[in-house]
Design a protein around this ligand. Structure first.
Ligand code: DGJ
Length: 730
C-alpha cells in the first residue's frame, strides 16, 4: 500500500485503482508528484522533477534553503505554507512570538505503520483490523520556531480511498497562533477541470453545480457554525469531458461539521490546488508550548469512471468505515413521525391513535417529535427544559412509551439538545450559558439561542440530562435536531485572545457529548437533523446512524435532493419519509405510490396521520412496508446507479443491484410528462451480461446484455407517475 523509494526519495501510496505520489526535494521539502490512476512502477521519473524544479523566471522568488533555482510558486507542493514564495492558499498559516508569520516546515523523518492512529478529539474514519490499512506519518519541523507537523495519510487500499490529516505540536518556547489549518491540499499541473459542488438552502439542500475552473480562487464554505444547508464540504474536480460513467473525477470531503471551506485555486501557470479544511475566516487557535492541535480528517478519492466511480467508492467507504455501531449492518425499523401529522397539536390519545394505525400496517417505531417537553406549545419556549409537558402528557413519557411498546413498536423521541430558549427554566438559571458577546443583543433564529458547547460544564449538563431520560424512559431512537446557525459567536468562558477558538471548541464539545452518549447507550438508534439537511456531513455520520436529509418531503423535489446527494453519500444514511398531500412544503399532490418509491431507497419512514388515508391508500402503504422490509438490503448494501437525471431528462431513474447480483431494482419517476416525448429506452448498468433476468411482476424475461445495451422500453404517462421493477436471476 505504501512504498518509500529511498534512492529517489519518493513515497508511493497505492490503492486498488489509484496512486498518490509524494516526492522529497533536497531532503527538505515535500512536493506533490501525482494523484490519479494506479501506477505499477515506483517513480524513477523523479529526475524529471529535478529538472522542472529549476526556475527559468527571474521574477519568481527562490527559496534559498532549497537552492537558488527553486521557486515554490512554480511547483506542485504537498504541504504548502506561507512566506517562502508560494502565493496560493496555504495549508498552514500561523504567527509566532516575534509577530512573524513565515513558516518553513521541512522533513525530519517518517514512519509507515499498520493500522490507523486515532485523531485527537475529532471523529475520523476507522479500521476494523490493523492489516486493512497502512498509515504514513511524515514529520516536519520549523527549525526557527520549533513547530512540528505530523502529516497522516491512511491508505484504504480496498476502498480506493486515502484519508489525510495534520497534527501540530508546539515544541517551541512560545505560543503559536494558528490561522490556516487545512486538512488537505492537492496540487495538479493542469486546470482543464470543472469544479463541482452541492449548493442549496433550507428544504432544497445539495443541488449539484458544475462550472469550468477559472484563474483565481473558487470555493464553497460555511461560517454558520455548522456545515449548513447552503454548501457541503464535499466537492469534486472533474475533467471537462467527465460524465456519469466516463472521465476522471477527484472527490474531496471533510470529516467535520462546523465552519469549513473547500475549493480550488488556479494560479497564473494554470496549476490547480484543490483544498479543504476548517474555514480560516474568524478562526484562530492559541497553541501553547507542548500542546497539540489536530485538524479534521480529509477523504480523497479518485475515479477514472466519472461520477458513478466516485459514488461506487465513497458509498461502501462511508457505510463501512465512517458509519459504525450496532445499526450499521442491520435493517433499521420503519418509523412513523408525528411532526407533519400534528405539529404542536397533540395529546397522548392522538399519538396513540396514530401509532395504532401505523402498527396495523407494519410500522415498527413511533417517533414523538417536537413539543413534548417544558411548556412547548409553539417554538417560542422551553428548549433546555427536557422534562415532560404535563398539559399534553399528564402521565409523562413512560405510560405513552408503554402503550407504544404494547403495540409491538419501539418508542423514539425528538431533542434539540444544543439549544436554549430565552423563555426556559434553564435560561433563567444560566443566562450566560448561551453563545453571546457581552453587551450585545443576541440574534434569534426560530426564537432560540445556542448553548455554549465550548464550556465543559454545559456539555456535562447535556450529557447528564439526556442520560437520565434515556435511563428512565424506554427510548430506542433519538432524533437530534439543530434548528439555527450561530451568530454573536462568543463565550463567557474564554479570554479575549481565544474568542476565535469558540466555534471549533463548540464542535469538539458536541463531538464529546455524542461520543459519551453513544458509548453509554449503544442500543439507541440516532438520527441527526438540522432543520432537515443543515448538517449532513461525514463528521455527523461518525455518530448518527442516519440523517434526516431534508425538511422537503415532496415526492418530486426529494428526487432532486436524493439524486444529487447520492453522488457523495449513500442512500442508507438518508432518512426519507412519506408525507401527506397536498405536500406541506410545495402544495403538490403526488400518488402515494410515488412518495413511497422515492422514500424506499433511504431509511423509510412515514410522517402523516395514516388515519386520514383511504382504505386503498392504506393498503398501498402496507404493501410498501412489506416490500421495503424485503428489499432494504438491496437498497442499502447494493450497488447504486443513476440512470436518468431529473434536471436533464424530466425523468429520474435509479437502479440498485444486490451484492450477489441476483436482484435488481429499477425505479423510474416521471418528473414532468411531455407531449410527443421521444420514446427512449433506459439502459441498465452493472448486470451480468449472460444472466437471464425475470421481471417479478410480469414474468417477462430479459438477458443482462440486452438490458444493458438496448435497454428497457417504458411508456411514460403522467406527471409524477412512478414504476418499480424487480428483476431476478438465479
Ligand atoms: C426541524 C426538523 O427538520 C423537523 O423534522 C421537525 O423535527 C422540526 N424541526 C421540529 O421543530
Amino acid at each position: 500500500m505504501i512504498f518509500f523509494d529511498n534512492q529517489h526519495k519518493i513515497f508511493h501510496l497505492q490503492t486498488n485503482n489509484s496512486s498518490y505520489v509524494i516526492g522529497l526535494y533536497a531532503d527538505k521539502l515535500l512536493l506533490h508528484v501525482f494523484y490519479g490512476k494506479r501506477l505499477e512502477h515506483l517513480m524513477e521519473p523523479f529526475a524529471m522533477m529535478d529538472k522542472s524544479a529549476e526556475s527559468e523566471f527571474d521574477w519568481n522568488p527562490k527559496c534559498m534553503e532549497l537552492g537558488e533555482k527553486f521557486a515554490p510558486c512554480e511547483q506542485t507542493l504537498e504541504f504548502p505554507t506561507f512566506g517562502d514564495g508560494d502565493y496560493r492558499p496555504p495549508m498552514f498559516h500561523g504567527s509566532y512570538g516575534d509577530g512573524s508569520t513565515v513558516t518553513k516546515l521541512y522533513y525530519t523523518g517518517h514512519d509507515i505503520v499498520a493500522g490507523k492512529p486515532e485523531l485527537l478529539d475529532l471523529p475520523s474514519a476507522y479500521v476494523e483490523s490493523d492489516d486493512e490499512v497502512q498509515t504514513l506519518i511524515i514529520t516536519l519541523q520549523d527549525a526557527l520556531t520549533g513547530l512540528q507537523a505530523y502529516l497522516y495519510y491512511t491508505v484504504y487500499e480496498k476502498w480506493d480511498v486515502i484519508t489525510r490529516s495534520v497534527r501540530y505540536d508546539n515544541c517551541g518556547t512560545e505560543p503559536v497562533i494558528l490561522r490556516y489549518v487545512d486538512s488537505a491540499a492537492i496540487d495538479f499541473d493542469r486546470m482543464d477541470f470543472d469544479f463541482v459542488h452541492f449548493y442549496g438552502t433550507w428544504a432544497r439542500e445539495r443541488q449539484m453545480e458544475r462550472r469550468p475552473l477559472f484563474h483565481g480562487d473558487q470555493y464553497v464554505d460555511s461560517t454558520r457554525g455548522a456545515t449548513g444547508h447552503c454548501q457541503n464540504p464535499f466537492v469534486c474536480l472533474a475533467s471537462r469531458d467527465a460524465t456519469e460513467d466516463y472521465g476522471e473525477v477527484y472527490g474531496l470531503n471533510l470529516i467535520y461539521s462546523g465552519n469549513f471551506h473547500s475549493g480550488a485555486y488556479v494560479d497564473t501557470f494554470g496549476k490547480t490546488r484543490l483544498y479543504t479544511g476548517i474555514h480560516p475566516f474568524d478562526f484562530s487557535w492559541k497553541l501553547e508550548t507542548n500542546t497539540q492541535f489536530q485538524t479534521p480528517e480529509a477523504v480523497m478519492v479518485y475515479s477514472p469512471e466519472g461520477f458513478s466511480g466516485i459514488s461506487h467508492r465513497l458509498h461502501p467507504f462511508i457505510r463501512q468505515r465512517i458509519c459504525r455501531g450496532q445499526f450499521r449492518d442491520v435493517r433499521r425499523p420503519v418509523l412513523i413521525n408525528n411532526w407533519e401529522a400534528t405539529y404542536y397539536d397533540f395529546n397522548e390519545e392522538k399519538l396513540v391513535q396514530i401509532a395504532q394505525k401505523a402498527a396495523s400496517v407494519g410500522v415498527e417505531l413511533m417517533v414523538l417529535d417536537d413539543g413534548w417537553f417544558g411548556h412547548r406549545d409553539d417554538d417560542h419556549s422551553s428548549l433546555g427544559d427536557w422534562y415532560e409537558h404535563r398539559g399534553r402528557l399528564p402521565g409523562g413519557l413512560e405510560p405513552l412509551a408503554a402503550k407504544i411498546n404494547a403495540l409491538g413498536m419501539k418508542f423514539g423521541l425528538w431533542f434539540e439538545p444544543e439549544m436554549i430558549s430565552e423563555n426556559s427554566d434553564l435560561y433563567r438559571i444560566h443566562p450566560d450559558w448561551c453563545l453571546h458577546v457581552q453587551g450585545r443583543r443576541c440574534s434569534e433564529g426560530r426564537h432560540q439561542l445556542i448553548l455554549d458547547l465550548s464550556r465543559p460544564e454545559v456539555c456535562q449538563h447535556i450529557v447528564d440530562t439526556l442520560s437520565s431520560l434515556f435511563t428512565r424512559v424506554p427510548i430506542e431512537y433519538v432524533k437530534w435536531d439543530m434548528n439555527r446557525n450561530m451568530t454573536e459567536v462568543g463565550s463567557a468562558a474564554w479570554p479575549a485572545e481565544q474568542q476565535r477558538e469558540v466555534a471549533h471548541r463548540y464542535m469538539l464539545g458536541l463531538y464529546g457529548i455524542l461520543r459519551t452518549l453513544k458509548q453509554q447507550f449503544p442500543h439507541i438508534l440516532m438520527e441527526g437533523c438540522a432543520g432537515g439537511g443543515g448538517r449532513f456531513d461525514l463528521g455527523m455520520l461518525c455518530f448518527f446512524d442516519q440523517i434526516w436529509l431534508s425538511d422537503d418531503t415532496d415526492g418530486v423535489e426529494r428526487q432532486y435532493i436524493q439524486h444529487d446527494s447520492s453522488i457523495g453519500y449513500p442512500f442508507g444514511v438518508m432518512g426519507a419519509h412519506v408525507s401527506a398531500c397536498p405536500n406541506h412544503q410545495t402544495g403538490r399532490t403526488t400518488p402515494i405510490q410515488t412518495r413511497g418509491y422515492v422514500a424506499m431507497p433511504g431509511q423509510l419512514g412515514y410522517e402523516l396521520d395514516l388515519n386520514q388515508l383511504t382504505t386503498a391508500e392504506l393498503e398501498q402503504v402496507r404493501q410498501q412496508i412489506q416490500l421495503y422490509k424485503e428489499l432494504a438490503p438491496v437498497f442499502h448494501e447494493g450497488t447504486f446507479y443513476r440512470l436518468c437525471t431529473p434536471e436533464a431528462e424530466q425523468h429520474t431513474a435509479w437502479e440498485f443491484v444486490s451484492q450477489n447480483k441476483k436482484t435488481v431494482i429499477v425505479e423510474i419517476f416521471t418528473v414532468q410528462a411531455q407531449a410527443s416525448a421521444p420514446f427512449r429506452p433506459i439502459r441498465l448498468k452493472g448486470l451480468q451480461p449472460n444472466a437471464l433476468y425475470t421481471d417479478r411482476y410480469t414474468g417477462k424475461q430479459y438477458w443482462g446484455d440486452i438490458l444493458m445495451e438496448i435497454g428497457l422500453m417504458r411508456s411514460r404517462k403522467h406527471d409524477f407517475d412512478s414504476e418499480m421493477l424487480i428483476l431476478e436471476t438465479d
